[in-house]
Design a protein around this ligand. Structure first.
Ligand code: SF4
Ligand code: SF4
Length: 441
């Protein structure tokens, strides 16, 4: 087994011990699910059901609009009680289909095994993955079918499964690798076939030894699949860092993984692909790590999409004390939440509740030019300058300093002794630069 890492990065406290040993548990069936038509990067779906319709589990209810989009399916059987804007974890109101469950989980007729992998053509695998609404489950939610359809001039020769799970607190991928290792490998084989690639890699951080062992066993003596033990360091799971660690290739500035001949998929995505082929089940549930010092009984739960956060938190014993901050995802790249009524989405890898002390961010003081933010930036950027230009509305200068290459990993903010608002200000610069580019078109 090979060992690998990348330049820069940080070593935050991991806090994975809350849940890393906890087996996946099926969450209680929700009485109602709220399914926003935007659960992926790209164009939102259009609802194809209306209030009063009766739907079955796995039935398509949202039709993708555009190439970069993925269909959405009913995660329970029951009756559509509303098609209206509802609060989304990104803070907006988004058109959503609300289904009252009948508690029967009546399967839609289309849910059936799709044949064995050997008999499926690459095109058929891409179609199954697309129709099942599979998206990147690491949190990025990029539609998987699109990644499986690179333009012909981009030669892909490496498929990398991302089992790094470098965000503190999160253990969903860890448990998936331990408990569903066979399906992780099956999903990788399906990806290799769909892309006509020989060589597959699985990268796992070396703090997950039981996951490495389980996946190694599932790979057996397949010489086309290599496992990499990755140095435990944040952001080891970022696409560009993972590609560099495993292949030694750099994704060019402004480029995509395919520009380095690679496609990266999360291990949970591989399992969703296995389910779509073996059972014919579209993406209607996912593993969510519910954790943090404020959660009474942290767990790794298998949750139906659309289940309100509140129900999930209640199943974990509720809050032990007042939460200071609620986050969807991990503490480094997750999204702060202002309501526990929002639903679990395809990209909800975790629900994290921190206490008031942990959530407290001290006021920023002036930059002391210590250079720590430069040393940790995995992209080799100069965060202090990009941030300073952004705070002075000098977005053209921020662009010159490659603001658009920032992956928003948060390493610079984490390390900064002056608690400068580095990532938020760089994010503003990126938004302004992109808006200007759009206007110029
Ligand atoms: S500048 Fe961007 S990529 Fe670099 S450390 Fe900060 S957030 Fe990460
Ligand atoms: S880490 Fe903070 S204080 Fe140090 S150079 Fe960067 S912005 Fe300035």
């Amino acid at each position: 087994m090979k060992q690998a890492t990348f330049h820069g990065g940080i070593h935050p406290s991991y806090f994975k011990e809350f849940t890393s040993h906890k087996k996946l548990i099926q969450s209680n069936p929700p009485s109602q699910v709220i399914l926003p038509m935007q659960q992926h990067i790209g164009a939102p779906c259009e609802p194809i059901v209306k209030k009063g319709d009766v739907v079955k589990l796995g039935q398509k209810i949202g039709e993708p609009k555009g190439f970069v989009s993925a269909p959405i399916h009913a995660s329970v059987s029951g009756k559509v009680v509303a098609v209206e804007p509802r609060l989304h974890p990104d803070g907006r109101k988004v058109l959503s289909v609300v289904i009252e469950s009948d508690g029967l989980d009546t399967l839609h007729e289309d849910i059936k095994p799709q044949g064995n992998l050997e008999s499926l053509s690459p095109e058929k695998i891409r179609d199954i993955v697309g129709e099942a609404g599979v998206v990147g489950l690491g949190g990025a939610t990029f539609p998987t079918k699109v990644k499986l359809s690179p333009p012909p001039e981009k030669k892909i020769d490496a498929v990398i499964l991302n089992g790094a799970e470098c965000e503190p607190y999160l253990t969903a991928d860890h448990r998936i690798m331990v408990e569903r290792a066979e399906d992780v490998v099956y999903g990788l084989k399906a990806l290799l076939k769909a892309l006509d690639v020989q060589k597959g890699y699985i990268g796992i951080e070396d703090n997950k030894l039981d996951a490495i062992e389980a996946v190694k066993k599932a790979v057996g003596n397949d010489a086309n699949i290599e496992i990499y033990s990755l140095h435990t360091k944040y952001p080891q799971g970022a696409e560009k860092q993972l590609i560099y660690a495993v292949t030694g290739r750099e994704v060019p500035s402004g480029g995509l993984p395919m520009d380095a001949g690679a496609v990266v998929q999360n291990v949970g995505t591989a399992v969703a692909i296995a389910d779509a082929i073996k059972i014919g089940m579209p993406l209607v549930e996912r593993v969510v790590t519910v954790t943090g010092s404020v959660i009474k009984e942290p767990q790794n739960l298998l949750v139906r999409l659309g289940t309100p956060f509140k129900e999930i938190i209640d199943q974990c014993g509720g809050f032990a004390k007042n939460p200071g901050k609620l986050i969807m995802g991990g503490p480094m790249m997750g999204m702060a939440q202002f309501s526990i009524e929002v639903p679990v989405l395809k990209g909800t890898s975790g629900i994290l509740a921190l206490d008031e002390e942990e959530a407290n961010v001290p006021d920023p003081t002036p930059c002391i030019r210590c250079g720590k933010c430069v040393n940790v930036c995995p992209i080799n950027l100069l965060p202090l300058y990009i941030s300073a230009y952004s705070l002075n509305d000098a977005f053209d200068k921020a662009e010159e300093y490659h603001a658009l290459d920032c992956i928003e990993c948060g390493s610079c903010s984490f390390i900064c002794p002056s608690r400068r608002p580095l990532v938020p200000s760089i994010r503003v610069a990126k938004r302004e630069i992109l808006a200007k580019k759009r206007k110029a078109k």
